[in-house]
Design a protein around this ligand. Structure first.
Ligand code: ANZ
Length: 955
């Protein structure tokens, strides 16, 4: 207990520790469920609900720096405000704890990843606890807990056991598909009755429909890491993001999730979500819907006669209007036709430039395919001027012009997109133009250039890519497009293709199925076993969780990083006793021998559904009770697909995590397990806390805490150093931990400072020297209410004067709006202004002191609890009603404030004539027009002349 009652670090520490214990002991933040084992407060359940959630942290060994909790503090402030405005608020935080760092640490030290991960979680929990975050601890889950991943495995089984019915537009149990094959409603691929098929044949057919399926697919194999990688884990240089090893294309047996079946719904449902437009756009681009057409070209006989083979080359094009301009074709190096159609000798008329110097097409194609296999998709797509490829010796027939056109293999066409084959229209596509120039291929202009360059491509420098123009040179034996606009021509061609049975208008997506297996130890085991025929069987639910076995060695076997011709060896496969098992799967066939799947699930799995487990964390019968899910996440007015009310996290998770989680939600929704088809209704991306990096003359970072400024120059140990803005972290010697700030000023000061730094969604530099400003606010607030000598409250019973009432009610009104709109910086400015007003008065009436404490309670909960108690209340401040403004005191004449950036007017604000500089500055900086004008540039100086002018000088 501190000696005096002055608000300082010691008193803050004492207050904070005491209230944190109190909250824990009383379960102050526990949110009751309507039913189930967390239900205990019907009155609370009767209130409107809010589910406020942070993105799952990964418990890193390095612990937290002050940048990490920005979002956690923000959601906490908001959640507290919601509690005080009559909501039942679910707010908790779990840990996403599978993943590579713990495994790599295990490989280096031999410590089991569980041990190091749990230690990290312990450290992080202690750090977070000091911040006074109001989490319902009963609901905190970790992905590595078998009681949690049991349900991750269970969801995998649901996905494995279902297929996408395109007619119904939803997933259905795979048993219903099998029944259709069985009773003949749906023909088998080769028409034989289902009963005549072998188990393996049936398994293959069903596997072709399952939403989780194993396939031999070209994947990114990284021998240096001993594992395959998702596309997004490969850099634009075609190397592993982690470790920078080369990545090769290899065909390996892998698990996939058929997320592509949901492409349309993943796009369409974005409209109903309250997300930043930029994130929606990134998702739309990732899904990449393209409208175009499929067109089939027949392969022509080498002598130019009618088609000698029945094979067709199917292409996907978004420019079917340019069909007459297709003067050659290209197959991707992985295209299966290359295995069957290559002739033995070069046909007549083959140009020297097309052969790559090889004696036969087979040789040329084989060599080329090998070379292409060593490149990543990104390298292949790189906009290199030099296009490579060879002639296949095959010709195809252009269906509209009946012309014979050569077929090439070239790596600028990818197997993973469209059909893996293109019709090349060099006059109107940049890549085709470059290729045609290099290989001396003919070009035909079929869309009349609108820039006066004429219609002879031989005279052009590049392709003419039309927006809206007229078709020319496009008349064939039985179709003419001449004179049509691009849009009409596209429609004409689509219809024509369909009428002739050689194509149709189609939609193609950039989205690929999700590669779902990793050759790793520290992840969820698959609940899958293989019988002696290699058929995959799901484990029955009663065998879940399938726990991770102990192994001798956690590392994947790595290989010479340049050796593409290796195969992964998984850590789990080394535990033969675990791998080879006799099980009775309950399918009526009794105990049999099986081999377990030895891959593990990718890191994303556990975070695909955690919001659901927060709802009902101890349910041992179901993933989540339907009534509970409906209560917290079910659709509501304005939330057509349901979901979490507010989800806050970094914009770096714009695509993958959010897309995967949306996909799993939709499968669970289709199968009737949840009522919400979307996991996150409102998404908000907080900005980053940046930090100054100080570099010496050699460019090395010096400890930021040991620098000092003199006359605008920064010094470290007497030597001048260079200051720049960067990330915060140990390696840049500028990390500041929340613990340091809590020790020096208290958690309430840290919380206020982080919230006051600027608008929540904007990045801003950390400045330890500025923290003290918020500390002073709390000290003044304390002094306004408590006698520093005696600890007694000094408030009076008198009535506040008119001016104070106006100041109070305007603050209440403004803070309410700011709290609801996540504008905590302006809320703090208003509270500061009110507190300054009160400080000037000789005495503080209780009628002002109490609402002031309530106003600041969401931001600085510890001091608020303490003051509330000292003001004589026995109940926690957490569930008090947030003050409501009396409109009579809020109306006020306003003045117009002009906001300038570099002297140019960028916004006008209607503000109170008595507005404080700090609030006016905060308001001005939050203006969209101002932010656009700054365009991410830092701020050098802000000149405030309240209430009429703010002038901002960008850095
Ligand atoms: C003929 C054509 C003419 C094309 C023209 C473009 C312009 P998006 O919009 O991304 O969907 N393409 C198709 N499959 C491909 C593959 N596997 N690898 C590389 N390129 C492929 O792009 C569709 C266009 O990209 C298609 O339309 C095709 O080229 C090419 F004046 O066909 B187009």
């Amino acid at each position: 207990m501190s000696e005096t009652f002055k608000y300082g670090a010691d008193l803050a520490a004492d207050i904070e520790a005491r209230w944190q214990d109190h909250w824990d002991k009383h379960g102050t933040y526990d949110a009751p469920n309507p039913t189930g084992d967390l239900a205990d407060d019907p009155a609370m359940v009767a209130r409107p609900k809010k589910f406020v959630m942070d993105m799952f942290p990964y418990p890193s060994g390095a612990g937290l720096h002050v940048g990490h909790p920005l979002g956690y503090i923000a959601t906490d402030v908001h959640a507290r405000y919601l509690r005080m405005t009559g909501h039942n608020v679910l707010h908790t935080l779990g840990f996403d704890a599978f993943g590579l760092p713990a495994e790599q640490y295990a490989v280096q030290t031999g410590t089991h990843p569980r041990i190091s991960t749990e230690a990290n979680i312990g450290t992080m929990k202690a750090q977070l606890r000091r911040l006074g975050l109001g989490h319902d601890q009963r609901r905190s889950v970790t992905t590595i807990d078998p009681e949690y991943y049991r349900w991750t495995q269970w969801i995998f089984l649901q996905i494995f056991n279902s297929w996408y019915d395109t007619e119904a537009g939803r997933a259905r149990p795979i048993g219903e598909l099998a029944a259709q094959f069985e009773d003949g409603r749906r023909p088998t691929p080769d028409g034989r009755p289902w009963a005549d098929l072998t188990d393996t044949e049936r398994a293959d057919i069903l596997g072709g429909h399952r939403l989780a399926y194993a396939s031999h697919a070209p994947v990114n194999w990284c021998p240096g890491l001993g594992t395959v990688l998702a596309n997004e884990e490969v850099t634009s240089e075609g190397r592993s993001e982690r470790g920078n090893f080369p990545v090769f294309k290899a065909r390996l047996r892998q698990w996939n999730m058929r997320i592509t079946a949901y492409a349309d719904r993943l796009l369409d449902d974005l409209d109903g979500l309250d997300w930043p437009e930029a994130i929606k756009l990134q998702q739309r681009n990732w899904i990449g819907r393209s409208e175009g057409a499929r067109a089939d070209f027949t392969i022509s006989a080498p002598d130019g006669g009618p088609a000698a083979r029945s094979e067709r080359i199917s292409v996907f094009t978004t420019r079917q209007d340019t069909l007459f301009g297709a003067t050659y074709m290209v197959l991707a190096p992985e295209h299966p036709l290359l295995d069957s159609v290559i002739p033995d000798t070069w046909p007549e008329g083959t140009r020297e430039a097309w052969t790559g110097g090889h004696g036969s097409p087979a040789e040329a194609v084989a060599t080329y395919r090998r070379q292409a296999g060593a490149k990543s998709d990104v390298e292949r797509q790189a906009d290199a001027k030099v296009k490579t490829g060879v002639f296949t010796g095959v010709y195809a027939v252009n269906p509209v012009s009946a012309e014979r056109i050569p077929v090439f293999v070239a790596d600028y066409v990818l197997m993973g997109y469209g059909t893996g084959a293109i019709m090349a229209v060099p006059a109107h596509d940049h890549r085709d133009f470059a290729f045609a120039r290099a290989f001396e291929l003919p070009m035909r202009c079929v869309v009349e250039p609108t820039d006066g360059r004429g219609t002879d491509p031989a005279t052009w420098d590049d392709a003419f890519v039309a927006g809206e123009a007229r078709l020319v040179n496009s008349t064939g034996p039985d179709i003419s497009l001449d004179g049509l606009g691009v849009v009409d021509a596209k429609a004409r061609v689509s219809t024509w293709l369909e009428e002739h049975g050689i194509g149709e208008g189609t939609v193609n997506f950039r989205l690929r199925d999700w590669l779902f297996s990793r050759q790793r130890y520290w992840g969820e085991p698959f609940p899958i076993v293989y019988d002696e025929d290699g058929i995959a069987h799901p484990l029955p639910e009663s065998m879940l969780p399938l726990e991770l076995p102990e192994v001798e060695d956690y590392s994947p076997r790595t290989f010479d990083s340049d050796d593409a011709h290796t195969e992964p060896e998984t850590p789990l496969s080394r535990n033969e006793e675990w791998v080879n098992v006799t099980l009775d799967l309950g399918d009526g066939r009794g105990p049999r021998r099986f081999r377990r799947e030895t891959n593990t699930m990718p890191n994303w799995a556990g975070s695909c559904w955690y919001e659901l487990r927060y709802l009902d964390p101890h349910n041992s019968e179901r993933l989540v009770d339907p009534g509970i899910e409906q209560y917290w996440m079910g659709p509501r007015e304005g939330m057509p697909h349901g979901g979490v009310d507010l989800y806050v996290g970094g914009a770096e998770h714009a695509v993958l995590h959010l897309l995967y989680a949306r996909f799993w939600s939709k499968v669970l929704y289709d199968l009737g397990h949840v009522s919400s088809a979307e996991p996150f209704h409102k998404l908000y991306n907080q900005g980053m806390i940046q930090a100054y990096v100080y570099r010496d003359s050699r460019g090395f970072p010096v400890p930021a805490g040991e620098t000092e400024e003199r006359d605008g120059v920064w010094y470290h140990q007497g030597e001048p150093v260079r200051r720049e803005l960067g990330k915060m972290g140990k390696s840049l010697k500028n990390a500041v931990t929340p613990d340091e700030i809590c020790t020096e000023y208290g958690a309430d000061t840290l919380r206020l400072y982080e919230m006051a730094m600027g608008p929540l969604d904007v990045s801003r530099p950390w400045d330890t020297r500025a923290v003290v400003g918020q500390y002073r606010l709390l000290q003044r607030l304390w002094r306004n209410i408590v006698d520093e000598e005696t600890g007694e409250t000094t408030v009076t019973g008198g009535e506040p004067d008119e001016a104070t009432l106006r100041a109070l009610h305007k603050a209440i009104d403004g803070v309410r709006h700011d709290m609801a709109g996540l504008r905590f910086n302006t809320a703090i400015a208003k509270i500061t202004e009110l507190n300054n007003h009160v400080t000037k008065a000789r005495e503080v009436p209780r009628a002002v002191a109490e609402p002031m404490v309530l106003l600041i309670a969401p931001l600085a909960p510890h001091i608020a609890e303490e003051l509330w108690r000292r003001l004589g209340h026995q109940e926690s401040v957490v569930h008090q009603e947030f003050p409501v403004a009396d409109p009579a005191y809020v109306v006020d004449e306003t003045v117009t404030c002009v906001v300038q950036v570099k002297g140019k007017v960028k916004a006008r604000l209607e503000v109170s004539p008595s507005i404080a500089d700090a609030e006016l500055e905060a308001l001005a900086l939050a203006e969209p027009g101002v932010r656009a004008a700054l365009g991410g540039a830092g701020i050098r100086k802000v000149i405030v002349r309240a209430p009429k002018l703010v002038n901002i000088v960008p850095a």
